[in-house]
Design a protein around this ligand. Structure first.
Ligand code: SF4
Ligand code: SF4
Length: 326
């Protein structure tokens, strides 16, 4: 049966440091953050209970009544959704500690707290999902958070997933710590690595990241790129007033190519975007177009738009459509 829903609502799970939710998407009017288990600290999950709660939401969505938190979300689309109680979309974001210090990170609010926040070990939960056949082999598994490579269970977890033959693992890593597990996944073609460099010069890198790791990160990216097969993206989060500089952006694309990486991702700083969404300055569109329409000139193969950049694109298309309808 065809109806409007989204993959997260149907088959998603998101692990945060003290809860299990349906997704991590939140920039739309409804605000997302649909709770599945509150006060969660890594306990074994009662999957019968989990899916019976989920099925109520799915049933309502099928009737045309999705959760109010989904209102205005661009992930909603009409499709033939698969029935069945399985997980096809996982976000692992239960950790907040990091070896980097980005000025735009939510952890900036209280770095000491987020870096010392003791989190749970997610390995047993993922193993349980695998053992019980709940995790689909076709699942997309995304690591976000904190920095995954410094998680105690990271290498063991990556090898568990790779051995299970999951082939779509997306890892957001700052690239400061080199991971043999990531390298293995790249060689097998099962991992997409996304490293947000947000700059091309050491000066701008350090201004944003507040750690002296520019050279190390690019050297690690080159080493990962030598592993071939898997997809690697360098990402640029545009921060107006900080790295909104065309020559920095051009050199980022050039440097990406020179390091052996062939794909990029683009986003806009979350707080700035939410504040300026209805009144985006023209020069931001110029930079957006320069990247999104111009990356092929740098011999790069693809440009993925992250949530804010994607919203910027769709908002502009909608405005242009409304104008032409008038
Ligand atoms: S529609 Fe958006 S907010 Fe709702 S579950 Fe899907 S991604 Fe999350
Ligand atoms: S690398 Fe990610 S988690 Fe670490 S400080 Fe930067 S944005 Fe935050």
């Amino acid at each position: 049966m065809k109806y409007i829903s989204c993959i997260h609502l149907e088959h998603g799970i998101t692990f945060f440091s003290n809860s299990v939710q349906i997704c991590c998407i939140s920039s739309h009017p409804g605000g997302g953050r649909i709770m599945q288990i509150d006060n969660y600290k890594g306990e074994p999950i009662d999957w019968d209970d989990f899916f019976s709660k989920r099925n109520i939401l799915r049933e309502n969505t099928r009737k045309g009544e999705p959760p109010k938190q989904c209102e205005g979300c661009y992930y909603l689309k009409e499709d033939e959704w698969n029935e069945g109680n399985y997980i096809d979309e996982v976000l692992i974001g239960h950790f907040t500690h990091c070896n980097c210090n980005c000025i735009y990170c939510y952890t900036e609010a209280d770095k000491k707290f987020f870096n010392s926040n003791v989190t749970y070990n997610i390995y047993p939960v993922m193993k349980d999902m695998i053992d019980k056949g709940i995790l689909s082999k076709h699942a997309t598994i995304t690591f976000g958070g904190g920095e995954p490579t410094i998680l105690q269970e990271f290498e063991e977890l990556i090898n568990l997933l790779l051995d299970y033959d999951v082939y779509n693992i997306r890892i957001h890593s700052d690239g400061i710590k080199y991971s043999p597990g990531i390298e293995r996944g790249l060689r097998l073609g099962k991992i997409t690595l996304i490293t947000s460099v947000d700059s091309s010069s050491p000066k701008v890198y350090e201004k944003i990241k507040q750690v002296p790791c520019h050279d190390k990160v690019w050297a690690n990216l080159k080493k990962y790129a030598d592993a071939k097969n898997g997809l690697i993206r360098t990402k640029y989060v545009l921060i107006p007033g900080v790295n909104d500089n065309l020559s920095e952006i051009k050199n980022w694309m050039k440097k990406t190519y020179d390091s052996g990486v062939r794909n990029i991702a683009f986003d806009i700083e979350d707080n700035w975007f939410k504040e300026h969404r209805e009144n985006i300055p023209q020069y931001i569109y110029v930079m957006f177009d320069f990247v999104y329409e111009g990356y092929k000139q740098y011999n790069l193969e693809s440009c993925e738009l992250y949530e804010r950049a994607f919203n910027l694109k769709v908002d502009r298309e909608n405005r242009q459509k409304n104008l032409s309808d008038c």
